[in-house]
Design a protein around this ligand. Structure first.
Ligand code: G1P
Length: 302
């Protein structure tokens, strides 16, 4: 038994317009673009389930309905497939207990902090997780199968520390301005104390090269802090700024994920994730490897 309240709810901010992937995302949410055969959002939801999280809260916007459809039962499809004797287990991970998928709308894009605040009534008075689905976190494979996912590693750390946790990773110093950056305190293995947080600092002012990589466990008090949070970097209401104000009032730690991260918010990161995950697949990895070698051998280059 843990002495801290368990993490049962996760918030997925998915209202973004996905302009970097246009025209692909004109009529399809960015989160529904597939990496091999699973939409991006499914990887984050699977990671949440592995960590013991039961309720998935999507902060959506106009044109995002297919995300919710994806986690519903597809009667016609399932009926037709079972009549034809097809294996339905491919759909298992996209099925949910009724009531465990919830949505709330963010009517106007005002920043990540605002998106999270939109979920305050559903989150209620419990600690909760946040997943930014653009960040694809892949556990190391071990001899006995898949290793521990990012959120599960964070939940395990939370059981020791309580309070607030964010996942971090190190990036080259000249990239820090695209992220939230931590001011690190004492380190203990994968755990680092967080003394300060700053969103998208100029390189010269960044307190470290440890950036927030899209996974959070936060106490519900953050919703009160967000309530009167002014605009920050980029003129948006920043979650990082609200978290920074909580440091000192509650424990705050960072967990360095033992695994790989792909930035699927960028096109090259998306292609990298696609290639890496395809290469690892038992059913197609060998074929994909041959194809890649052939392509490189043909001298296809920019
Ligand atoms: C958001 C957060 C930032 C974090 C990043 C991770 O920024 O505000 O702190 O480091 O996600 O992807 P965005 O990418 O939405 O600008």
């Amino acid at each position: 038994m843990t002495k801290h309240k368990p993490i049962r709810k996760a918030v997925f901010p998915v209202a973004g317009l996905g302009t970097r992937f246009l025209p692909a995302t004109k009529a399809i949410p960015k989160e529904m673009l597939p990496i091999v055969d699973r939409p991006l959002i499914q990887y984050a939801v699977d990671e949440a389930r592995e960590a013991g999280i039961e309720q998935m809260i999507f902060v959506t916007g106009r044109g995002k309905t297919s995300i919710v459809e994806h986690f519903d039962i597809a009667y016609e499809l399932e009926h037709t497939m079972s009549e034809r004797g097809k294996d339905l287990s491919v759909l298992d991970s996209s099925r949910f207990t009724p009531g465990d998928v919830l949505t709330v709308r963010q009517q106007v894009p005002m920043g990540l902090g605002h998106a999270i605040w939109c979920a305050r009534a559903i989150v209620g008075d419990e600690p909760f997780a946040i997943f930014l689905p653009d960040e694809l976190m892949v556990a190391h494979t071990t001899d006995s199968g898949a290793g521990t996912g990012c959120m599960k590693q964070m939940v395990e750390a939370y059981e020791q520390t309580g309070g607030n946790l964010i996942s971090v990773l190190e990036v080259p110093q000249d990239e820090v301005s695209s992220y939230g950056v931590i001011d690190p305190g004492a380190e203990d293995g994968a755990l680092t104390e967080v003394k300060g947080l700053v969103e998208k600092p100029p390189v010269a002012e960044a307190p470290s090269n440890k950036i927030i990589s899209g996974r959070y466990i936060l106490q519900p008090e953050v919703m009160r802090v967000l309530e009167d949070q002014g605009k920050g970097a980029g003129g948006e209401i920043q979650l990082t700024d609200a978290m920074a104000r909580m440091i000192g009032t509650q424990p705050f730690h960072a967990v360095t994920f033992d695994g790989r991260r792909y930035d699927c918010g960028s096109k090259t990161g998306f292609v990298e994730a696609t290639m890496a995950l395809a290469l690892e697949r038992e059913d197609m990895g060998a074929d994909v490897r041959t194809i890649m070698q052939q392509l490189l051998g043909q001298g296809i280059q920019s």
